[in-house]
Design a protein around this ligand. Structure first.
Ligand code: GNR
Ligand code: NI
Length: 171
């Protein structure tokens, strides 16, 4: 397994629409393993493949708390079904938008249809943080960041700050 660098905004690669995987094979499982290790190292609770520069529809996630057994989840070609009409608000963060957190409103529950680590089709009922996180990751597959759900003023302010920090770091 390998820890890979995480791409941060405003890198244009994060705006790509990721392509479906053809099949879940050993090469894809290696990518999933690397993504999980990268996510744990960061640390984060979810990661989309595009965040390490791979434009494929793959997500990993682990919502277990520090004192709990790890609970890694792998999603290939995920699709959201039946988003609930009722919404919930979470304070979100993103490994590709470092050190910024803000509230985003999303459907409180949804079903997710996907292929698991073994390529088996699955349907998962989600609510709470799991529903929020899967929707945050699905956005990445479409080239969307959580700051896109905020006002233009807030988004531009965050992006300007990140750009400036990257410029200073490169000097
Ligand atoms: O680590 C993460 N925490 C988080 C908190 C609230 C809502 C979504 C997330 S996902 C984020 C990791 C990440 O950037 N995934 O794309
Ligand atoms: Ni993110």
């Amino acid at each position: 397994m390998a820890i890979r660098p995480i791409i941060t905004a405003p890198d244009p690669r994060l705006r790509q629409v990721s392509k479906p995987v053809e099949k879940v094979d050993d090469a894809l499982r290696t990518l999933m393993d690397d993504m999980l290790e990268t996510m744990y190292d960061a640390p984060g609770i979810g990661l989309a493949a595009i965040q390490i520069g791979e434009p494929v529809r793959v997500i990993v996630m682990d919502l277990a708390k520090e004192d709990e057994e790890p609970q890694p989840r792998y999603f290939a070609n995920p699709e959201i079904l039946d988003p609930s009409e009722d919404l919930s608000v979470y304070e979100e963060g993103c490994l590709s938008v470092p050190e910024y957190y803000d509230e985003v409103e999303r459907p409180a529950r949804c079903r997710v249809k996907y292929l698991d680590y073994h390529g088996e089709p699955q349907i998962l009922e989600t609510e709470g943080l799991l529903a929020t996180c899967i929707q945050h990751e699905m956005d990445h597959l479409e080239g969307v960041l959580f700051i896109d759900h905020l006002s233009r003023l807030k988004r531009d302010r965050v992006l300007r700050k990140l750009k400036k920090e990257q410029r200073l770091a490169a000097e």
